[in-house]
Structure formats: structure tokens, C-alpha cells
Ligand binder design. Structure first.
Ligand code: NAD
Length: 295
């Protein structure tokens, strides 16, 4: 069993840390929110009163933070963990951030002799709670193998995408595609409804035709077609519009760096920004259906 420091106990980090405790690891946790630390402590983790404490004798430090600036600050900022980490510790950052920040932090830690992998996840809050997340890892083969030994306690599918930063690139490619599928599925469903079709019947037809995709399979954006999905539950998240808009911003940033043409990704980003401007940022990302259905 490993000694693990865990930073960031939000919607995702909380249940992920909880699964590490359940797997029998010795887990020390830190978050700016004292109540989040208290909750994990009640489940058997050790609560830290400072971020430095999570590093002490840690085999692994795992972080699950909102954005690149938080990750840069925690590891490389003034009083960053770079000054406290032991050379034998492997840092695993699971946050979804820009690949440049992951590479920056990875390079800085390497100068201090500390290993780092980026390991963003797919699978949402439900996957985090069930321990069925997909991890997309960027880093050396040796560090990937080492990370694998604890990622399997939080996830089901663990992929090695390439060097540091590659995990982030693969993750935003996936989310850009997902947003396009969600918008396109909503558009097609509403056109059918406008012509008098039953969305359940139309969904079934498309599921068994060439329009089949993940949103139709398990995350239908039209209310009351499927049970237990956000659209049938007032679009309560799930995966928030704000987070999808953040990922689509990262995707456009990445596209610009390589002059990659991503016209559909740009369109999807604009649609999600429109939703944010309409005050729908905290709704589930499948609420994009309302852009088409609300007349
Ligand atoms: P969240 O806002 O619920 O949690 C972030 C946590 O980090 C909060 O508890 C906050 O207090 C803590 N935090 C912020 N700054 C800190 C600091 N300096 N020190 C210690 N703790 C700090 O966010 P989340 O939904 O858990 O998402 C975390 C990451 O996972 C994001 O990058 C997000 O894009 C990604 N992600 C989220 C989902 C999802 O469905 N929510 C799915 C996949 C990936």
C-alpha cells in the first residue's frame, strides 16, 4: 500500500481520494475548503493543515485542481511544493489544464529531480464515485507504469498517450469531439421534433443507423427520452457548461499553436459561450439542446 498526498477535494477529487482510502492506501488530503478536508478525514484519510504536509514521505502526490494557474501555483509558485517534494515522489496531476502548463510544471519538477505525469480523466462525477474513470496519461513509460499502480484504484481504463502534456491534448481532442456530437445530436433531434417526430422513436432510429454516437447511447440531450440522464433531471450536472466551455477554450488554444483547422470546434465553443452568456453555465452541457428547442 502506498503513502499518497491528495490536493483538491472537489466534485471529482473528493470521490477519487475516497476510493484511494477504500483501497487501503495511507492518504493525506488538503483543500482550501476545510469542510472538504473534514469529510475525507471522516472516511479515514489524514487531514493536512497545509499543502506542504501532503508531501511528507509521500510515494505519490495527486492533484485535482480547477485550471492551469492553480497547478502552476501549487507546484512552482512562491512556496510551491517543488521546494518540499522528495526526489522519490511521483507527482500525478489529474486536472484538465493546458498542455503548456503541464509541460512547464513537468520541466520545473524534473530540474529538481522529481518525476511528473499529467493524467486528466474522463467519466465525470459518476465515474469518479464508481472508480471507473478513464485516465489519459502523459509522461515517460517508467512513470506511466508507476502511476498505473494507483490509478487502477480510481479508474478502469488507463491509457498512455505519449510524453508529458500528451494526456491533456488527447483529453481536449475527446471533449471537442463530444461537444460537436452533443450539438449535432440536439440539432437533429429538434429538427425531427419540429416535423412531428417522436424524439424517442427518432433516437432509436439514429441509434441503429449511421448517426449512432455516445450521446444517443447514454446521454440523450432531449428530456424524457432516457431515464437517469441530466436532460430528464432539469439539466442538473453531470458535466457543467462552464467546464465544457473551459475545455473548448483549451482546444482552440491548442489548435492555434499548430495551425490546426477546427471550424466545428470553434463553432461548438461559441455555442457554449452563448449558453454561459444566457446564465446557463452551471447547467449540464447537454442543456445545449435548449438552444434549439426554446422558441
Ligand atoms: P471543483 O471546483 O469541484 O474542485 C476543485 C477543488 O480544488 C475545490 O475543492 C477547491 O477548493 C480546490 N482548490 C482550488 N485551489 C486550491 C488550492 N490552491 N489548494 C488546495 N485546493 C484548491 O472541480 P472538479 O469538478 O472537481 O474538477 C477538477 C478538475 O477536473 C478540473 O480541471 C475539471 O476540468 C476536471 N474534470 C471535471 C469533470 C467533472 O465532471 N466535474 C470531469 C472531468 C474532468
Amino acid at each position: 500500500m502506498a503513502k499518497i498526498g491528495f490536493i483538491g477535494l472537489g466534485n471529482m477529487g473528493g470521490p477519487m481520494a475516497s476510493n484511494l482510502v477504500r483501497a487501503g492506501h495511507s492518504v493525506t488530503v488538503f483543500d482550501l475548503s476545510e469542510s472538504a478536508v473534514a469529510e475525507l478525514s471522516s472516511q479515514g484519510a489524514q487531514g493536512a493543515s497545509s499543502v506542504e504536509q501532503v508531501c511528507e514521505d509521500a510515494d505519490f502526490v495527486v492533484s485535482m485542481l480547477p485550471a492551469g494557474k492553480h497547478v502552476r501555483m501549487i507546484y512552482c509558485g512562491e512556496n510551491g511544493l517543488i521546494n518540499h517534494l522528495d526526489k522519490s515522489t511521483l507527482v500525478i496531476d489529474c486536472s484538465t489544464i493546458d498542455a503548456e502548463s503541464a509541460q512547464f510544471v513537468g520541466n520545473e519538477l524534473a530540474k529538481a529531480g522529481v518525476s511528473f505525469v499529467d493524467a486528466p480523466v474522463s467519466g465525470g462525477v459518476a465515474g469518479a464515485a464508481a472508480g471507473t474513470l478513464t485516465f489519459i496519461v502523459g509522461g515517460s513509460e517508467a512513470d506511466f507504469n508507476r502511476a498505473n499502480s494507483i490509478l487502477t484504484d480510481m479508474g478502469k481504463n488507463i491509457f498512455h498517450a505519449g510524453n508529458i502534456g500528451a494526456g491533456q491534448v488527447a483529453k481536449i481532442c475527446n471533449n471537442m469531439l463530444l461537444s460537436i456530437l452533443m450539438a449535432g445530436t440536439s440539432e437533429a433531434l429538434q429538427m425531427g421534433i419540429d416535423h412531428g417526430l417522436d424524439p424517442k422513436v427518432l433516437s432509436e432510429i439514429m441509434l441503429n443507423s449511421s448517426g449512432r454516437n455516445w450521446t444517443l447511447e447514454v446521454y440523450n440531450p432531449c428530456p424524457n427520452v432516457q431515464e437517469n440522464v441530466p436532460s430528464s433531471n432539469g439539466y442538473k450536472p453531470g458535466f457543467m457548461v462552464d467546464l465544457m466551455a473551459k475545455d473548448l477554450g483549451l482546444a482552440q488554444q491548442a489548435a492555434q499553436q499548430t495551425n490546426s483547422a477546427t471550424p466545428l470546434g470553434a463553432m461548438a465553443k461559441n455555442l457554449y459561450n452563448l449558453m454561459q452568456n444566457q446564465g446557463k453555465g452551471a447547467e449540464d452541457f447537454s442543456a445545449i439542446f435548449k438552444l434549439y428547442s426554446e422558441k
